[in-house]
Write a protein that binds this ligand. Structure first.
Ligand code: HEC
Ligand code: HEC
Length: 326
């Protein structure tokens, strides 16, 4: 009997693992307390306790044009579920036919990180989530005007009362959006099931790719499992023009040593979120692997962890297959 149960749950497990390779993970409030397989428990904000009513309100706001100047742009129009909460354009479109300054990163597992934005200039999720609203290239609406609109809506009066027992206000707006973003989580990948002992969860090619990731590739040093990011800043040479990097993190810290550094993004669900990098300049995972194969882009501040890798065609395909299994 025990053996039958075991093999049934094994089969179910495999089915879920396969579904996870094609369907984008669905945000859920449950992840805040019970993370999916492979992920640690998410740290919670010190100032308040996220609730399901905040999550529901945040989800509604995330998908509502009410937060943009002409009501045409929502958080979800740049962070699209089917694209892994990223955007398929290098620079996503905002109001008045404008483009955001950088590529829209995937929002997976941002609840595990503190500093937000590619350059880490935003100190928390709560601080960050209000910034796109007033950004003239993104949603183009003054925060006060956004709050006025919410206060005039019967629906939102009710939803804010249910979540906060308050009228719409900036702090409640930020907490509800942050709570929804915390629920955007990616785990339970074939990789996690394999580590748990489901030996068939990964293909031999994916396991070969994992080996390259952990040995010769040195990828793990910055894309550290289980979140596949160290949440730190590195210069890989993306955005270098004529040997000169952009300022990147140095714009924030004013430290020359931080020149051309950007935050390491997670690799979870990376198969969904093309194009890649802070400027969206690499179109495919194959392009990314070629980029690392040549040791990044040369510049005076290139991270010492990057070296020319001499990856064979077979090595490259295996590494891509591994990335697709995350
Ligand atoms: C016009 C497109 C656009 C809209 C609309 C937009 N974003 Fe973004 N989002 C971006 C871009 C571009 C970045 C990267 C910004 C940077 O690093 O300077 C980003 C970054 C983020 C980050 C930080 C991710 C990280 O890895 O640091 C979060 C969280 C986020 N957005 C949530 C939201 C929420 C919530 C909304 C709605 C209130 C929203 N975004 C609206 C384009 C957009
Ligand atoms: C020195 C630290 C470091 C190492 C080593 C490293 N990466 Fe990265 N990785 C980064 C940083 C930083 C970025 C973002 C760079 C940017 O946008 O300018 C990045 C971006 C990426 C992206 C794009 C993610 C996205 O959402 O756009 C992929 C895919 C990736 N790396 C895979 C790898 C692989 C595969 C390896 C090993 C061959 C590797 N990385 C080694 C730091 C590193």
């Amino acid at each position: 009997m025990a053996r039958i149960l075991l093999s049934v749950s094994f089969l179910l497990g495999t089915a879920v693992a396969q579904a996870a390779t094609t369907e984008p993970p669905v945000p859920s409030f449950a992840f805040l307390s019970t993370p999916p397989i492979g992920l640690p428990v998410m740290p919670m904000p010190a100032a308040y306790k996220p609730t399901e009513a905040m999550f529901d309100l945040g989800k509604k706001l995330f998908h509502d044009g009410i937060l943009s100047k002409d009501r045409s742009v929502t958080c979800a129009s740049c962070h699209m579920a089917k694209n892994g909460f990223a955007h398929p354009d290098a620079l996503p479109p905002g109001v008045d036919g404008q483009r955001a300054l950088r590529h829209a990163p995937s929002l997976f597992n941002r609840g595990y990180g503190t500093l937000q934005r590619w350059d880490g200039s935003s100190p928390s999720l709560e601080a960050f989530v209000l910034e796109p609203i007033s950004d003239p290239r993104e949603m183009g609406l003054r925060l006060n005007d956004a709050i006025d609109r919410l206060r005039q809506s019967k629906d939102y009066q009710k939803a804010f009362a249910a979540a906060f027992s308050e009228k719409p206000n900036p702090e409640a707006l930020s907490r509800s959006l942050a709570t929804f973003v915390r629920g955007i989580v990616s785990g339970t990948a074939p990789y996690d099931r394999f580590l748990r002992g489901e030996v068939d969860a990964m293909t031999p090619q994916q396991r070969h790719g994992q080996w390259i990731f952990e040995s010769k590739g040195g990828c793990w040093k910055c894309h550290t499992p289980p979140l596949f990011t160290d949440e730190r800043f590195h210069n890989t040479g993306i955005g270098v023009a004529e040997g000169k990097p952009e300022a990147g993190r140095a714009d924030i810290t004013k430290d020359v040593a931080d020149t051309g550094k950007w935050k390491t993004p997670t690799l979870r669900s990376i198969r969904l979120t093309a194009p890649y990098m802070h400027d969206g300049s690499l179109r495919t995972l194959e392009d990314v692997v070629k980029f690392y194969g040549r040791g990044g882009n040369a510049n005076p501040h290139l991270d010492r962890k990057l070296k020319k890798l001499d990856l064979t065609e077979e090595n490259q395909s295996a590494l891509v297959a591994f990335l697709r299994s995350l």
